[in-house]
Design a binder for this molecule. Structure first.
Ligand code: M6P
Ligand code: ZN
Length: 195
């Protein structure tokens, strides 16, 4: 994140629920297939997409509300519709670096799934649509998958101090993957977990 600006006054932003854009926005981050290369199962298709000039998967926008006593942040994520091979577009997915930090995710457009998996292996894939709100407890990795035909937009609320830890997800992913099969979204065991 950029330079920390402390502001003890209330801050209000206006969200465009169709794009995830809000004003004012402190920082925008784009993630392409190359940024998620190790997350997708079909590595051959990943190489092809990247060699043909890469492809946008999602856009994250942040606003950290730093006050002299708190660090609550707002994030929105807009996941474009699409697939890499049979696997739908999705976020990288992460644990929080701190083990006492939860998060709230609120889907405002689109449809898909929120995957959560604890370090102990408790796994959930929650169907998501506009209006679904999920509390992600501490120590659960979380990833959102867009299985629909429109951009999936969700709002996140978390503490900046929570931190992002990507290593374990990058190394082995979640218990299941979500792919298109016969025109439908289906969950199948993650091949990387059965080795
Ligand atoms: C939400 C928040 C962010 C996160 C983003 C994308 O907006 O949880 O902290 O960065 O989703 O998720 P990821 O970092 O896993 O790509
Ligand atoms: Zn998080």
């Amino acid at each position: 994140m950029k330079e920390v600006v402390i502001n003890d006054l209330p801050v209000t932003v206006q969200l465009d629920t169709t794009t995830g854009d809000f004003i004012p926005c402190a920082e925008k981050v784009v993630r392409n297939v190359s940024d998620l290369a190790r997350m997708f199962s079909d590595q051959e298709t990943v190489r092809q997409i990247v060699s043909l000039g890469d492809k946008l998967v999602y856009v994250i926008r942040y606003y950290p509300f730093f006050t002299s006593k708190s660090d609550m942040a707002l994030g929105t994520t807009a996941i474009l519709p699409g697939k890499v091979g049979d696997e739908y577009h999705m976020t990288k997915g992460h644990f929080h670096a701190r083990d006492d930090q939860p998060e709230i995710y609120y889907c405002v457009q689109g449809e898909g799934f929120l995957q959560m998996e604890s370090r102990a292996g408790d796994y959930h894939a929650v169907p998501w649509q506009a209006g679904t709100i999920t509390h992600i407890p501490p120590q659960y990795a979380h990833r959102v998958i867009n299985t629909g035909r429109t951009t999936l937009v969700f709002v996140a609320s978390f503490h900046v101090a929570a931190g992002h830890e990507y290593e374990l997800i990058e190394a082995r992913g979640f218990k299941n993957i979500i792919i298109e099969h016969g025109g439908k979204a289906v969950e199948v065991p993650n091949p990387r977990r059965s080795i």
